[in-house]
Design a binder for this molecule. Sequence first.
Ligand SMILES: C[S@@+](CC[C@H](N)C(=O)[O-])C[C@H]1O[C@@H](n2cnc3c(N)ncnc32)[C@H](O)[C@@H]1O
Length: 265
Amino acid sequence: MQQEQREIVEAFYDGFQQQLIKDYLLGNPRIVAAIRFMQEHIRAECTSILDIGCGMGWSSYEFARFFPGAAVLGVDISSGLIRLAGRMFSGANLAYTKEDVTSASFSLGQPFDAITLIDVYEHIPVSERSGFHHHLNRLLSSDGQLLIATPTPLHQQWLREHAPEGLQPVDEDVTLEDMQALALALGGQLTVYHYHSIWNTNDYFHALIERQPKYQKLGRAGKPARLTPKFWRLLRTLRRLSWRNNPIFEPDNLKYFLKTFFSTQ
Ligand SMILES: C[S@@+](CC[C@H](N)C(=O)[O-])C[C@H]1O[C@@H](n2cnc3c(N)ncnc32)[C@H](O)[C@@H]1O
C-alpha cells in the first residue's frame, strides 16, 4: 500500500476503537460466528496462530483460550487498536504487533499452523492481493490452515446501494473464485466455503484453505467452541478501560446498551 493510503487506512482504524468495544460488549453475531467457525476447524494440535487484522484482540484472545498449547499473535495496521488489545487481553500465549500486511517488508520469522482473517480480506486492495498472497505463502506452515470470514459480494453491493457510510476506506468484493485463486496460490485446497446469514440472507461467507487436508476430530478434541460469556466481557471492559474510553458510559448509548446487552449472547 502506498504511504498516503496507509496513513488514511491507519487513521480510520485508530478511530474504530469504540465500534470494536461495542462489538465485544454486545457480542456482535458476525464476530461470534466467525470465531466459532475458526475454533471448530483449527486442528487441536495446532501450535501457532496468526490472527491478521486482530482489531482490539477479542478473536486472538478467544483463540488463545481455546488452544492453550498454541502461541497466538495478533497483528493489525492500527497502533491504537494494538494498544487497546494489549490493555484488554493478555495471556502467556498471546502477543500483538503492529504490521501492515500489504507492506513489502511485512515479515514475521516463523510460519504458523493457522492464519485467521475475520473481516479483513475485503480490506486488502485488489492491487495488493498478489503481494499479500506471497506473504501468506511464506507464513503458512507446510500443512497449515488459512481461515477467512468475509462479507459476500451480495452484502457489499447492498452496502454500496443502501448504506455507503458503512463502507471502510478499502472495501472490495471477495468471491468464491477469489478463494479458489488464493487456494491455488498457496498450493492448498478450498475445503470449506459456505454462506452465512447474519443480518440478511447470505451476507457473509466462511472459508477454509488447507495445504494438507486431514481427516480427524474437530477443534480442541471435538469440544464445542465456547466464547467468554457476556457477563465476563462486561466486567473485563469495566475493569480495563477508563470511563472515557468506555462506550457504555456515553449517555446516548447507555439505554440502548442495557436493552441490547440483556437480549444478546
Ligand atoms: C473490519 S475490521 C475487523 C476487525 C476484527 N477482526 C473484527 O472482526 O472485528 C478490519 C481490521 O483489519 C485491519 N487492517 C486493515 N488493513 C490492514 C492491513 N493492511 N494490515 C493489517 N491490518 C489491517 C484494521 O485495522 C481492522 O482492525
